[in-house]
Design a protein around this ligand. Structure first.
Ligand SMILES: NC(=O)c1ccc[n+]([C@@H]2O[C@H](COP(=O)([O-])OP(=O)(O)OC[C@H]3O[C@@H](n4cnc5c(N)ncnc54)[C@H](OP(=O)(O)O)[C@@H]3O)[C@@H](O)[C@H]2O)c1
Length: 272
């Protein structure tokens, strides 16, 4: 990645820490990164372990950067951004806050600010994140590419065409680690109820999930339904289990859950 752009993080919490660590791990110059945060502990840890610049002054971080990653909680974004002054009109603002639309961000940020929305997820903390990126028409291809490179330091990215698509990213990737943990949890419980000890039940479920995810990634030429068919012998045990899930309307259960996530994202965009 081009190491010359200066990147600031407003808010040095979990997501910023993940992205900064990813950038530095991938060889990004720590001295081209600054993080701003009110409390000292997180900043000191980032400075000591990764060697980045730190500040308690958000404006100093804005003035330092070509790219400003807005990484505070959505409900704080308005008060945090209200006082920003923009000296470099090319500065790119990247908001990772859930539910805050570009239209809303424009109300907080300095006039004519260039804004990109990114929706990452928690596996970013181990470099296996999935981020959706949405850019309005005033954003150049090279700016989008730069944001892709930043987010690819912690995983994969997709660039979506409309802002509504960001809500689909939330439903399919932002929130979905929790669905997978829930599936793992109920499967572990079912195995325990069948007499398995807790640790073994977790290992069984965890490794099966990891192996299945790796298989999906390693065989992109196969449709997901083909992968499923490959492990489902006619009349066998898997067929019986899958049949039971389908009779219980697993497709509708997931469609409803994902629609609920989208509806909440829309509600949040009106709330903040
Ligand atoms: N975590 C996720 O999985 C995830 C996924 C997608 C999107 N996001 C989005 O990412 C953003 C950050 O989430 P997070 O999980 O990293 O939250 P977090 O760990 O709570 O980090 C937020 C940070 O913002 C700091 N902060 C508070 N007021 C500030 C101010 N006035 N100026 C500068 N910094 C300030 C907080 O500092 P103090 O602790 O010192 O108050 C905290 O370190 C949120 O908008 C969230 O919606 C998170």
């Amino acid at each position: 990645m081009n190491n010359t752009q200066k990147i600031s993080f407003i808010g040095a919490g979990n997501m910023s820490k993940a992205i900064i660590s990813g950038l530095v791990d991938k060889g990004y110059l720590p001295t081209n990164i600054m993080a701003s945060n009110p409390s000292a502990g997180k900043l000191d840890a980032l400075k000591d372990t990764l060697g980045i610049h730190t500040t308690h002054n958000n404006q100093e971080a804005i003035d330092f950067a070509d790219v400003v990653m807005l990484s505070v909680k959505p409900h704080l974004m308005h008060s945090v951004c209200a006082g920003f002054t923009l000296h470099n009109l090319d500065t790119l603002f990247v908001s990772i806050a859930a539910g805050l639309t570009v239209k809303r961000l424009r109300e907080f940020l300095p006039e004519n600010a260039h804004i990109v929305r990114v929706m990452p997820n928690t596996p970013s903390a181990i470099g296996l994140g999935m981020s959706g990126i949405y850019a309005t028409s005033d954003i150049t291809d090279s700016q989008v590419h730069l944001v892709e490179q930043i987010m690819q330091s912690v995983g994969k990215t997709v660039v979506v065409k409309t802002e509504d698509d960001i809500n689909t990213v939330i439903a399919a990737a932002g929130s979905s680690p929790a669905y997978f943990f829930l599936i793992a949890e109920v499967m572990q419980r079912a195995a325990i109820d069948m007499g398995m000890d807790k640790t073994s039940a977790r290992t069984l479920v965890e490794q099966a999930m990891l192996g299945s995810a790796s298989l999906m990634q390693k065989t992109p030429e196969l449709e997901l339904s083909q992968l499923r068919a490959q492990v489902t012998s006619k009349g066998g045990t898997t067929a019986k289990a899958v049949e039971s899930l389908q009779q219980d309307n697993i497709d509708k259960i997931f469609a409803r859950a994902m629609q609920a996530a989208v509806a909440r994202a829309k509600e949040m965009s009106e709330q903040f």
